[in-house]
Design a protein around this ligand. Sequence first.
Ligand code: SF4
Length: 686
Amino acid sequence: MTEILASVVRGACPHDCPDTCALLTTVENGRAVKVQGNPAHALTDGVLCTKVSRYTERTYHPERVLTPLRRVGPKGAGQFEPVDWDEALDDIAARLQAIAARDPQAILPYSYAGTMGLVQGESISARFFHQLGASLLDRTICASAGAEGLTQTLGNKVGMKVQFFAESQLIVIWGSNSIGSNLHFWRIAQEAKRQGARLVCIDPRKTETADKCHEHIALKPGTDAALALAVMHELITHGWLDQDYIDRYTLGWSGLRERAMQWSPERAAEVCGVPALQIRRLARDWGTTKPAAIRLNYGMQRVRGGGNAVRAIACLPALTGAWRHRAGGLLMSSSGHFPVRRAALQRPDLLGERRPRTINMSTIGDDLLREASPAFGPKIEALVVYNSNPVAVAPESGKVVQGFAREDLFTVVLEHFRTDTADHADYILPATTQLEHWDIHTTYGHTDVLLNQPAIAPVGQARTNTDIFRALATRMGFSDPCFAETDEQLCRLAIGDEQDFAVLLEHGFASLPVPDAPFAEGNFPTPSGQCEFFSQRLVDMGLDGLPDHLPNHEVPGSDARYPLAMISPPARHFLNSTFVNVQSLRDIESEPVLEIHPQDAEARGIADGAVVEVFNDRGCYCCKARVSERARPGVVNGMGIWWRKLGLNGTNVNELTSQKLTDLGRAPVFYDCLVQVRRSPATPAC
Ligand code: SF4
């Protein structure tokens, strides 16, 4: 009998999820056979979501790209031939060099959180583009409005420690389907519920999480700031304030007080589309329950006023002194607690005196179609895409596709699969998955650092992102010694001496020394050290120093042709566009779906399961109607994010979303979108 050589390797989940689970990968004879949650890591507790528990299916997927591929057909047709690494890298380097000789800003890196790892994310790649002098990318596509709102209020992306939600008596889950996208927080919230906590969910969609909370407040998309201001109104009116905390640890109270008093529950009820009684009940709960905590997530900031909404909500814990208790306060992101050495990792100093332009990743559709001009600079001639699938995930994808289809655009895509974006590449370079490389992870949902060690050798001819950019750097003649640093060295460099690397090697994770109640006595990382209801920095930018409700760009009722508001939350078994090609997960999701309220469906003669066209001036998306009270009247939920080529008519929900931006953070407004829906005719119009 053949002996099986087995081992278990510690790692970290790489996906864009606040839980950042600790993984254990079982390897037999060099092949990963199982990926599990590490039971020794308290927050993971041995449990993974359905998506990542299928990670071996993804790693050994029959459609994995295993060799470099070179385009042989028209742009976007997805026709490629295998090519050897040296030939591919030589040609890519030569073509980038030729463009850089004219103007390196004509080259654009495009990347996001396909991996959240600091090393395979932005390390050698950033060094490469800095040395080259390429355009900089403003990485805004997911969270920058909320991040800016939080930073302008609390001073950084900081908050309470997630484990202490277990001791809260009131948990407000605001803009988050925790069961689908923050599973380990949900387990903690369940623990609190068992101990008697009240759970309130605020979300336009009646999510699986809303089903299991005591109360669901189904407000209209983009009205969260109005709701928060009306809660403040009630806190003031009923004297449910911690005046001592306000006096000692906040800035701008009199201005905020005046602003909040303009928002009676009746006024907010009109704007939010919820009963005034429900707003009063939320305010009473928040004002009279201790400890009380808010789990705020990024869904609600994908609208014009998203930054202001986060600011308004982030003021609530200071008003009631919720921060005094370790189980009170707010958590949106914990990433600002981590002392990451980004400058050492990414080396912006390699730019020298050069100051390249910055392109916003959320307007890539428009920017790929721009000609050279004094205002814009050179036309984009080359794109290098890694850790991202912009053709599927960027807004107004009709324009994105048009841009990627430019025959004069040279596109290189580092990928695991032939995604919608990879189909538009000139070269696809096979990249390693998390089981095949080193990385180190901070997180935005808790306060532990995790180390990812490679469990298996690269599959096929896959190479790490770092290795690919090192190889290109060599060919471009970049001789700075920083390009020779190994991935393990980069892992150590990323966190410096703050963490004992030996502990990470042995256990796979280590906790940051964050105080249990970090803001019990103020000490916010703002310029004033206080929770800044009023922000002078915003005033200096020409903006309102106090939070306010800003109506959506596309307010329902403003255009009779498009009477429905649409949001596009993630389907439960996908993570952005990742996992859509994993058959067992796609089988669960079945087909691209639009949830529509029975009243809205009936008015349009739409039956459950009917093929519908969802459309506006930007495009038309074909999918199946799911007639359901998960959608509130007047709002449809376009569940995302399907790969376009796996959809019903080669489109996805981003065909409809716009490239308009948020009030703060220059972020996209995916949930600020008006549409109309009709039954699909026998010959579909789109
Ligand atoms: S996606 Fe989130 S819940 Fe799932 S394994 Fe990764 S970190 Fe954990």
